[in-house]
Design a protein around this ligand. Sequence first.
Ligand code: NCD
Length: 338
Amino acid sequence: MTDSHTSIQLTNGGQLRNFIALRGLPKPVLEQILDTAASFVDVGGREIKNVPLLRGKTVVNLFFEPSTRTRSTFELAAKRLSADVLNIDIARSATSKGESLMDMLRNLEAMASDMFVVRHADSGAPHYIARHATPNVAIINAGDGRHAHPTQAMLDMYTIRHYKGGFKGLTVAIVGDILHSRVARSQIYALRTLGAAEIRVVGPRTLIPNDIEAMGVKVFNRLQDGLRDADVVIALRLQKERMDAALLPSESEFYNHYGLNNERLTVAHPEAIVMHPGPINRGVEIASEVADGPHSVILHQVTFGIAVRMAVMSMCMGGRETERAARRQQEQEGQDVR
Ligand code: NCD
């Protein structure tokens, strides 16, 4: 899977062309995303909040699963890059009249779309679309099943780098429902590639995948052990929509053992930051005193998300422009030879 992921995501010259998953992407590409995002962060504070990088391009938001932050920040990111943006309302689209996903995508491609931002309940859907459906359209994964959520992980990396100055020597604790979390999986790949010292996953046995240690993380079943001296604490929501069985006794029992509150946070590093991808469930995985408290950077994650999504979108379009230019040159050389 790594190979097919890498080849579909990068041009021959190593530039980004699709953004599907972080597994297999080299460190310089992740660093380029963070550095490009840094150059976009202040666009949001300007009088005129856009730059012309995607002028004349059409970006289509295709969200087959609910979303607030991700969908709206992708839309804002595309608009700040001056793209035309189409939001397809899946519930009201012709897929509800029996049109297949592939037919719908080919029709959107026929409208000269340049980029699809895809969220789907099936793991692998964005990869499948990129490989088989619409090769001329850049595909950006906005979350697929339990598999990956690469732009979320990169905005989290941006936030960590912003507050901690880098990844060297950092201990990061990811707490809660790891089993169903595409965010956790993408964060782990990103943190490993960027060189975090220690990555911990913390939660009840039932919510931690059996084979997770093979990803290079340490497993903790007791919250206090997992939080000890952590520089970054990331809380995750219980993804009940993805749980097939009753894996948990109750939300209140989860809070009793794993809910983040001020008292429990005292064992972490005194300057630890607390993050959460949202949506937060107050009183389940995190207490309001922490979510709204001095360690929390949760709303900053959202703001940085726009710049990070601008970076990924502009880099994918840039990669495809380079590919097209190379193809044109090859065709030209072919003609000259004849
Ligand atoms: C996450 C997701 O959809 O995977 N949210 C997000 O994109 N900000 C996490 C979640 O739903 O709990």
